[in-house]
Write a protein of this length. Sequence first.
Length: 322
Amino acid sequence: MDSPEFDELDQRLVSALVLDARAPFSRIAAVLGVSDQTVARRYRRLYAEGGLRLVGARDTERLGHTRWMLRLRCTPDASVSIATALARRPDTAWIGLTSGGTEVVCTTETRRPEDHEALLLGKLPRTPSIVEIGAHQLLHRFYGGPLGWFTKDSALTAEERAALMPEPVRPPDGPIRLDASDEALIAALARNGRAGYPELQKATGRSESAVKRRLDQLLRWGAVFVDVEFDTTLFGFRSRALLWITVAPSALATVGAALAAHPEVAFAGATSGPANLVAVVICRDAAGLYTYLSEKLGTLDGVRHVETAPLLRQVKRLTYAG
């Protein structure tokens, strides 16, 4: 462990939460071989000191929504204020500063075409400090969303992972539709991914049994997932970068599948624009990033060009509390 305050048990607990964020502490404790009280105590400390947050989120692919990645090249004095303004919008996520602090990168979810047009054709072009706007539609996800990067490590054995991993259920064909009660349920989970059923009942107006059935259904279908946010530097991972990758079209699927299997890759997706793949990688340090670029990514057949943009600051993940 890189931090003397957080040890292997903390890492194993975070890994368990990534697999099933709503698992009872008693089940997590049994899998990890410690007491319920130890799990609860470690959880509270990670929450207070490690930036641990459990956030309910929609899976845009399951719901049939469209996602875009925006690259906003800004004047250096304006990047933080622009990123903060975007962070306050409910339709944005994963906002960061790259390129020496002169570029803001964020994802945005659109449920209707007019939402995307209002942002890209209306509000952003009228911002004088934005020098250039790049909008790239995410066409396919190879890794990310409900698949947490931290599950790729070796903190848990295969048997422990199997004991914690919920069994998926085949979702219905076509996009999954949410009603007003579902939206209220997800909003409550966005505030606290481990919210109890009485709290969720109060938020939705449904009975506790109905809430439990519907949440279980949405989770097992993959329409909703609980993301686990934490400070990766506590476990020794200090280097994060966004990679814009150009590959031969015939190699897009094979390179994307290879990226999904790499332990360093937290997200990988096919995108429109000059680069047809985008990835987020997390390494221990700059040397680890170099090794990844030269010895893993650089050896994949079909890779033609890679633009590496180190992430200097994360302004927003799924939620923004500023």
